[in-house]
Design a protein around this ligand. Sequence first.
Ligand code: ADP
Ligand code: MG
Length: 697
Amino acid sequence: MNILQTDIQYIPGVGPKRAEILQKEIEVFTLGDLLRWYPYRYIDRTRMYFVSEIDQSQAYIQLKGKITAFEIFGEGHKRRLVAHFTDGTGVVELVWFQGIRYIENKYKINQEYIVFGKPNLFNGRWNIPHPEIDPFMDESDRPEGLMAMYNTTEKMKSHYLNSGAMRKIIGNAFGMIKERLPESLSADVVQEAKLMPFHDAVENIHFPKSPALLRDARFRLKFEELFYLQLSIVRYASDRKEKLKGLLFPKVGRHLNTFYKKKLPFPLTHAQKRVIKEIRRDTATGRQMNRLLQGDVGSGKTLVAIMCMLIALDNGFQSCLMAPTEILAAQHFATFSQMLSGMEVKVALLTGSTRKKEREVIHAALLSGEIDILIGTHALIEDIVQFRNLGFVVIDEQHRFGVVQRAKLWEKSSQPPHVLVMTATPIPRTLAMTVYGDLDVSVIDELPPGRKPVRTVHRYDAKRGALYQFIREQIHAGRQAYFVYPLIEESEKLDLKNLEEGYEHIKTAFPEFTVCKLHGRMKQAEKDEVMRQFVSGKAQIMVSTTVIEVGVDVPNASVMVIESAQRFGLSQLHQLRGRVGRGADQAWCVLITPYELSADTRKRIEIMTETNDGFVIAEADLKLRGPGDLEGTQQSGIPFNLHIADLVRDNAILFRAREIAEGVIARDPGLEQPEHLVLKQQLSRLSGNRYDWSRIS
Ligand code: ADP
Ligand code: MG
């Protein structure tokens, strides 16, 4: 049997009780799992301190001295054991709240110990709670150099499984290992990536012999994680290319031609042309397209969608477009209807608030093939919605849709339709290729000509006079303005302006104008009415929540005021800003905050005022928040958890891993060669029996 499969209860210092805790708390079942419980940081233990040196500057401290006395204070759960510890330069108290009897018996008075822990100032005196204590030994024998620190949970701590105990148990595990651990990557990969052997890497990650060896160990283990992640994606993608037949759209016919020659109101940008070409190429090859279209707000993604749908129609297929909100679906419907007016293309709208009668008519017309293009919200994915021959699916602002919802769209057709996912939230390439795996990515990196970049400024809450004057001038010049508030109800934070209050305030401040109000809890008919008021120019100011964040297009609006801007994330601010600057006039975005701001918030505001580039903003957002928070890229998108690698920070390793994984699959697509057996085994170990996420990304 492989030593790595040893049940942890047989590791000295564990036993059945602690084994159960380790299983429940951190999913460590075997010796192999335990070795992959990597330290989260290292502490330099080369340095010995004196008690007299203790001050605020040390997070951890190592002392050499003797315990002079034990004392017990308090009753019941407040009981604590205090040991007076001295090295001749001063006295420090060692304190325990648990395991008192055990500690008292274990450590002897007047014997030399090495004490290690976090100094803590309490009532003017230094103490070290729950320190690690080792008998003082020869210089040569002492733990020294870099010492690993481990994450543990409260439950683990209450069973004496703190960082020090974990280190000891892992040390004991190494004691059981008589032979070198088997390699967890194939020899060709180890060689190509110039990796430290698995055995040495695991040993050095827990007990680093030198900073250089620790660095190599980390590289090796990070590489391994990212390599398997990429291998699973690359292997799957190559698999699918062989298996999945795509619908063929070989023709360009009268619909696209008519639109291009007679209806297109402006020339396409180069970027739009390029993307349409890429999509045409995909749909003409017989493989199923799965493409992510990234383009900053206002870059003209909708037009690309329309033209692709016309290509589908020319080849006899229906299309659908799924939008995240009713407002946006209705707006797309209006755009499509207007752009395609006078052409023989039947477009329909289906949302949650479509009446039952109308719904039934639409369902029937979809089945008969009478409807060519269906636009809608989630209502679109209900089972009852069936097409005659769905060939092309567009998903707008993809981050609002979960993986499962996308899967449902696939099932609407015996042969999967081509899928185009459009997003204005740029996803850095590393994440895109990890989370979306085999999605091909197209980018519109060019705005239509004549757009002036939005100018963004920061203003303090208390100074609004000049701002209001400015807005007044803009409106007198024929423009319109948005005021956006972060919440609907004044609930959590008292200092937060809520929408109602804001609405009243704005109405009073601008008595000469019509102010309208929009939020997510309004009925659909009310929302539509408000939008109509604003689009037609009857209302000059719209006060709203973030419901307008995605996709709303009113080219005449030139001012976007974001209230309590400190409450919004970077991507959200960027999305909101994208609502203005859609016409030819200079547009403005005003970020309003209180005087007091955290450093992070200042940074966000600064980035917003400095750049309009969505990619720069996405990267900055990722750095400030970490990838876990990025919408649509939660860990759930990844086939297995990462223990040591970081998708953002370990960017360079990720690319290298991808390259090498691609090489392996190119040489041996099925991983059939004997030397690749280990890759196959590791992959199935890692993936477990999780949902087949990749099919539907
Ligand atoms: P987004 O990429 O944010 O979805 P839209 O598709 O809504 O952008 O386009 C934004 C605006 O730009 C729309 O009013 C659209 O009509 C206009 N537009 C799109 N393509 C062009 C172009 N090539 N030239 C000029 N205007 C364009
Ligand atoms: Mg859009």
